[in-house]
Write a protein that binds this ligand. Structure first.
Ligand code: ADP
Ligand code: MG
Length: 238
């Protein structure tokens, strides 16, 4: 049997504080980047010239992590509108394919119907990619990640599942997933799941993790169907 944990918001004071640090760190990074770029062009030092692109790349990566983290402290910036879940899902899968290939993980997709959901396309893409990335990273040698999409017209939601046959989680890990900076990976940030949970919740969706050690993990995401939602609003107004 799968151990079960229903998602609860775990963003604590520590998370909020980190968000303000992140904001403060971004300015000096931008300054440093400018200087490195300038000096790298001007220098006669061959080694420095050679390593300049690498330094800039790493600074950009740092900036990216911070930027994605900052989306958390600006909850009102999500543009909630009608988006195609099929397109967003396919884009996210396409973007994760290179990592899958590199990790000997096959990504499979099964979907029913075409559906529009209520959400923010960029944020949904980010959330889905975080989940797919975790699924790929849970597989040690080789395996597959199966992604399914089923509309549930009765409950007016679309149900997505992302299932891997990776190493799974212990009950202890299952309790901690989504806590800021919780990671079991040597190069992990422990921010992915927290960001994902937050983004999904802001779209009025739900996310749930089911996992069994050495068997795998199923992440279930529900999102509000757009057309049903619209009809409801229409009825309320009339
Ligand atoms: P990170 O990926 O940087 O470690 P996350 O917040 O994305 O941070 O994930 C936190 C932890 O949750 C992971 O380190 C891992 O232990 C666990 N986890 C998340 N998704 C899965 C999964 N699909 N299979 C196994 N463990 C997972
Ligand atoms: Mg992750």
């Amino acid at each position: 049997q799968f151990a079960e944990m229903v998602y609860v918001d775990k963003l604590s004071t520590i998370g909020q504080m980190a968000a303000s640090f992140a904001h403060e760190i971004r300015n000096p990074i931008t300054t440093v980047r400018g200087f490195i770029q300038f000096l790298g062009k001007d220098t006669k030092d061959e080694k420095f010239k050679e390593f300049t692109p690498l330094i800039l790349e790493e600074l950009d990566r740092t900036n990216k992590i911070i930027t994605s983290y900052l989306t958390l402290s600006k909850p009102n910036e999500q543009q909630l509108s009608k988006i195609s879940i099929d397109k967003t899902l396919m884009d996210s899968i396409e973007l994760m394919k290179p990592l899958g290939l590199y990790s000997r993980v096959e990504l499979q997709y099964e979907g029913i119907d075409k559906n529009d959901v209520y959400g923010d396309e960029q944020h949904l893409k980010q959330a889905l990619m975080n989940v797919i990335k975790n699924a790929i990273e849970s597989i040690e040698y080789e395996g597959n990640v199966v992604i399914t999409k089923k509309p549930d017209y009765f409950n007016e939601v679309v149900v997505l599942t992302i299932e891997d046959n990776g190493k799974g989680m212990t009950n202890e890990q299952l309790k901690n997933v989504g806590l800021p900076f919780y990671t079991t990976k040597t190069k992990g940030t422990g921010l992915g799941s927290m960001i994902t949970n937050r983004l999904i919740r802001e779209m009025q969706g739900t996310i749930q993790y089911d996992s069994k050690e050495n068997r795998g993990t199923v992440v279930t995401i529900t999102l509000k169907l757009y057309d049903k939602n619209e009809k409801k609003n229409h009825l309320k107004k009339g």
